[in-house]
Design a protein around this ligand. Structure first.
Ligand code: EPU
Length: 296
């Protein structure tokens, strides 16, 4: 392990990524690293840069599908125990959160402090880093609405801050190309805690009633095509409940694939291909993946 020599305390070799994803699928990473601080992160990033080794950034693994073959690369996890600080200024509504903070805990914490603006994010898993990079959200809004600035590190180890007016927050995407989000600053609005709590309940209930919350999945598999719903299209072609091996199209929401006993990433990928084909044949619509596919 020449590449990461001296960093043995934070590196695991051939670490099964299935352990670290919500799908609980996928092969091993050649190296998995959990830097304990920014200095260690920079050290890893620079070594990989010098040796032209690919880095994949992992948060809580809630939006990724890792191929069964695994990755001959370095996976760096922005772990909540190492990048999990939150600081809150109740007066101004400014909240700063590090990349590894769990999004759901962040939402509850802000609500508990009487700060409004993140209620639309309840029920979305993942970390602050992943949520900001992909502009997590749903029908009621997205994280971009409340993001003021983002501190990042690029793949050569250069650290800088992007302010709100430099960031484009699109539909499940941003123009942030830097590999690592270190922390983000949010601007929230003080509000009545009871009102915030009611709103949280409302959004939560809507999700709970329409999405399979307790199954092994990675959320919605496809982006909604312009003015259409991917879930409704998949439902219309009668694919709800359809399976390949251990991968099943959810009965509750057709844009979710659930991994059940014995599932492999290959099952999920084949099911994805089948869905795409059916939707193309019937509606002439190309469904675009919403989940990230980690495949070499
Ligand atoms: N529908 C069906 N059949 C289904 C699923 C949905 O007919 O199997 C219909 C619904 O009845 C509704 C329409 O399709 O009329 C839209 O469905 P829904 O309200 O469930 O929302 P969605 O567009 O499927 C989006 C996001 C979700 C987010 C919800 C709620 C995408 C791809 N999905 O879902 O995000 O939670 O709105 O805000 O943008 C995710 O990003 O992983 C995700 C789940």
């Amino acid at each position: 392990m020449n590449l990461l020599a001296g960093l043995e305390e934070i590196v695991k070799e051939n670490e099964p990524l299935a352990k670290h994803t919500w799908f609980r699928l996928g092969g091993p990473a050649r190296y998995m690293v959990r830097p304990r601080n920014k200095a260690e992160l920079l050290d890893v990033v620079r070594r990989c840069h010098e040796n032209e080794v690919d880095i994949y950034v992992l948060g809580r693994g809630s939006n990724i599908l890792v191929a069964d073959e695994g990755l001959d690369a370095v996976v760096v996890q922005m772990y909540y125990k190492n990048f999990g600080q939150v600081s809150i200024d109740k007066e101004t509504g400014t909240v700063i959160a590090e990349a590894g903070v769990s999004l759901s805990q962040f939402v509850r914490r802000c609500a508990g402090e009487g700060l409004s603006g993140t209620e639309c994010l309840i029920g979305i898993p993942g970390t602050i880093g992943g949520a900001v990079k992909l502009n997590a959200g749903g029908r009621f809004g997205d994280i971009g609405n409340v993001t003021e600035s983002v501190k990042v590190i690029d793949s050569s180890g250069y650290e800088f801050t992007r302010s709100r007016d430099e960031i484009y927050f699109g539909y499940r995407m941003t123009n942030i190309i830097a590999k690592f989000i270190i922390e983000a600053e949010f601007s929230l609005v003080p509000d009545d805690p009871d009102r915030i709590s009611r709103l949280l309940k409302e959004v939560w209930m809507l999700k709970k009633n329409s999405q399979p919350m307790n199954s092994r999945s990675a959320g919605c598999v496809f982006k909604n095509p312009r003015a259409l719903s991917a879930g409704a299209l998949i439902d219309k072609v009668g694919l709800k409940g359809h399976n390949i091996g251990g991968a099943f199209i959810s009965e509750k929401h057709a844009n979710f694939i659930e991994a059940r006993e014995g599932a492999t990433s290959s099952d999920v990928l084949q099911l994805i291909d089948l869905i795409r084909q059916r939707i193309q044949d019937r509606f002439e619509v190309d469904l675009e993946l919403e989940i990230n596919l980690w495949k070499q």
